[in-house]
Design a binder for this molecule. Sequence first.
Ligand SMILES: Nc1nc2c(ncn2[C@@H]2O[C@H](COP(=O)(O)OP(=O)(O)OP(=O)(O)O)[C@@H](O)[C@H]2O)c(=O)[nH]1
Ligand SMILES: [Mg+2]
Length: 170
Amino acid sequence: MKKLMLIGKTGCGKTTLSQSMQGMALVYRKTQAVHYSDWIVDTPGEFSENRRFYSALMASCTNCNIVGFVQDATAVGCIFPPKFASMLNKQTIGIISKTDLAGANIERAEKFLRWAGAQTIFQTSSLEKTGITTIIAWLGHRQPVPTYPNQENMSQNSLPQGVSPRESEE
Ligand SMILES: Nc1nc2c(ncn2[C@@H]2O[C@H](COP(=O)(O)OP(=O)(O)OP(=O)(O)O)[C@@H](O)[C@H]2O)c(=O)[nH]1
Ligand SMILES: [Mg+2]
């Protein structure tokens, strides 16, 4: 079972993704500090935005197998420096978030993530629950059992939705 650390800009959707992957209700909560759960480490966006926090990021990922760079599909910029993955010395994946929004540009987001060094890219929407099961399966975890009594979400969660990860052609 692989442990995943999520990093990315403030508001890009790390916490929502973490909740979605664990079958939890989606509740907005600004991440103030590194949050450790069973197999996901959620980080505050500020840690990825300010270079002076990079050492904290590196310390936080020591017990993780995978680092997930989260890139909002609607964002016109990217906070990850080129080849950022090599600095963390971990296997990294790119996760495109908010693909459900009208302004989503998957191609642009994928380009940013590849520049940062992510080799496998996943497209997700935490709200529509697309791409979530694909990441969970890729990490080798069981699909989450929703912890909230919402019939619609329960049936959505059990569907094998999502797109296949696109392996790097490099
Ligand atoms: N439409 C849409 N909105 C999303 C999605 N994921 C997250 N959001 C929204 O984006 C906002 C920020 O989400 P968070 O998950 O708190 O972002 P974060 O990356 O954890 O932010 P920090 O904790 O500040 O670093 C919230 O209002 C979410 O509802 C998504 O897949 N689709
Ligand atoms: Mg958060």
